[in-house]
Design a binder for this molecule. Structure first.
Ligand code: FAD
Length: 506
């Protein structure tokens, strides 16, 4: 194959220099490499992407630009629809090779297909690499057979490891001495946008403490595995706390994983070094397998994000008239302090502990409000800094017992569940300062406090904080009966793997 003179490496996710085979391929194949990102303002609006995630993304791009400049290159940000601006850019510069990490989401895959066709028409070669996960999902599906892909975690992990062995080792970043040969451009042109200049976000301020970029991701991973070495070794997800926030009880690497600032293979092999470790599914490596499992199943399932078009999704007759309930949940005004505090954390930080996500998702759907998981998914899609197509849809289906999880009788109590981790209510007091002086006895159910206690705490229910919009004890029982009815008539493909052993409420 003839050596390309100029290549573009197109960053979308995979916002890193380490373990980036597509970037290394461009550097190997061409004398001049343009690292490019396409910023399409039509896709980045407050209705779709919360301000916390935009700030995080811009920090990732800034960091990438800085790391590229250390290598005498830079990030070229093209503004507009990638399918228009990128072919034009390549034509004007006579680029003959385009490299990228293949997208795993349906919209990204459709866009990649269209780009492939355009490049074909223009005579530009395309080299794409599957490096978002530990394994190439196409290869997994090919090896295991599309109809044989296990739809539950244990069999998936076992069959993938048996068929494909250990994941490939991560690759090093190009050294600082590596020549990119990126031609000079006007330093002002093609710059990374600044949050202040984005018209759609005018007047909005990001409040997340999470900072984006490969440099931070590597530092966070390094610190967790060294300073919290024993925790990392003993990591057992069900025993980490949903109410810990400074610091969180888990790694908080999810936003970096979602945008690919950190490679899954590097994460995996760095954790393996801590051997001996606990085993999946609860261990840290086990968490990466959850990501692998859900993303691969989503990749193989058309309409994964839709209740109606997804063959895996149970058809539950969610309430058609629950706008008020949904708004109260989203706005953190359910009158259940733990649920409301979680929703405030989601809005402020763009992140929640996994079990806090469990609690609010269960509350919105099958536990209390009987609102469709798709609505909660949309809220998470907008507000999460770590928003991930497969993980968000899969986990919402899990929590609503629409797919993957079938123990519908296990319902999260908005009162007893947080008490297991945080008797004093420190988490609630932090995110709902109106309750900061409420005695611990009432902090999860302030409506039960005598009026004199409420007055003394400076929080009168009905005036300073809402009454609960539902009585959990009552509605959760009604909803259990509805779920039982649904389960008696609906069977889904993955149920052949499901255990049928009842377990108590959480
Ligand atoms: P750690 O426990 O430190 O785990 C390390 C990594 O493993 C994470 O960064 C993540 O990449 C992966 N991981 C961990 N838990 C899961 C899981 N249950 N499923 C798949 N991968 C996992 N995670 C997202 O990244 N994006 C989402 O949009 C998302 N939506 C969710 C929606 C709901 C309703 C629920 C219940 C969970 C959702 N999760 C999502 C999964 C999980 O809650 C987060 O990945 C995790 O809490 C992130 O924190 P961490 O990085 O500290 O995780």
């Amino acid at each position: 194959m003839a050596q390309a003179t100029s290549a573009v490496h197109w960053f979308r996710k995979g916002l890193r220099l380490h373990d980036n085979p597509a970037l290394l391929d461009a550097l190997r194949s061409a004398q001049h490499v343009w690292p490019v990102y396409c910023w399409d303002a039509r896709l980045v609006t407050p209705q779709a992407v919360g301000v916390n995630r935009v700030q995080f993304l811009l920090q990732c791009l800034d960091d990438l630009d800085r790391r590229l400049r250390e290598r005498q290159s830079r990030l070229t940000v093209l503004r507009g629809d990638a399918l228009e601006v990128l072919p034009r850019f390549m034509r004007e510069r006579q680029v003959s090779l385009l490299t990228f990490e293949g997208d795993v989401e349906p919209e990204g895959r459709a866009r990649d297909e269209r780009m492939l066709r355009k490049c074909h028409q223009m005579g530009v070669q395309v080299h794409s690499f599957a490096t978002h996960l530990l394994y190439d999902p196409d290869r997994v599906i090919r090896e295991l057979g599309a109809d044989e892909l296990p739809l539950s975690y244990g069999p998936f992990v076992a069959r993938v490891t048996e068929a494909l062995g250990a994941p490939a080792l991560p690759l090093a970043a190009p050294p600082e001495t590596q020549s990119f040969g990126t031609p000079d451009t006007d330093p002002q042109a093609y710059a990374v946008p600044r949050l202040e200049e984005l018209e759609a976000y005018r007047g909005m301020t990001a409040t997340t403490p999470l900072k984006g970029g490969e440099t931070t991701a590597l530092a966070v991973l390094g610190a967790f595995l060294s300073e919290r070495r024993d925790e990392a070794r003993q990591f057992s997800k069900p025993h980490t706390s949903p109410t810990a926030f400074e610091p969180a009880s888990t790694t908080q690497l999810s936003p970096h994983m979602a945008l690919g600032c950190l490679s899954a293979r590097l994460f995996y092999y760095r954790v393996q070094e801590l051997h001996p470790l606990r085993r999946p599914p609860v261990s840290l490596i086990g968490q990466l397998w959850w990501r692998e499992f859900f993303t691969t199943v989503a990749y193989a399932t058309p309409g994964f994000h839709s209740m109606k078009e997804n063959r895996l999704c149970r058809q539950i007759p969610w309430s058609a008239d629950a706008e008020e309930q949904y708004r109260a949940w989203e706005g953190g005004r359910t009158g259940h302090p733990f649920i409301d505090a979680c929703m405030v954390q989601l809005r402020k930080h763009g992140w929640l502990h996994h079990l806090a996500r469990h609690a609010v998702a269960c509350f919105l759907s099958r536990g209390d409000l009987w609102v469709s998981w798709e609505r909660g998914r949309d809220t998470f899609d907008r507000l999460l800094v770590d928003r991930d197509y497969a993980l968000n849809n899969a986990n919402w289906m899990w929590l609503s017992c629409s797919a993957f999880f079938h123990q519908y009788f296990r319902v999260y109590s908005p009162i007893k569940f947080p008490q297991r981790f945080d008797k004093e209510g420190t988490f609630v007091r932090h995110f709902l300062p109106v309750l900061r002086n409420m005695p611990a006895k009432y902090v999860y159910e302030p409506w039960k406090a005598p009026l004199s206690v409420q007055r003394e705490a400076g929080c009168v229910v009905g005036r300073d904080y809402p009454y609960p919009i539902v009585d959990h004890e009552v509605v959760s029982k009604e909803n259990l009966a509805k779920m039982s009815e649904v389960f008696s008539r609906e069977r889904r493909p993955m149920e052949k793997f499901a255990k049928k052993r009842p377990r108590p409420e959480c």
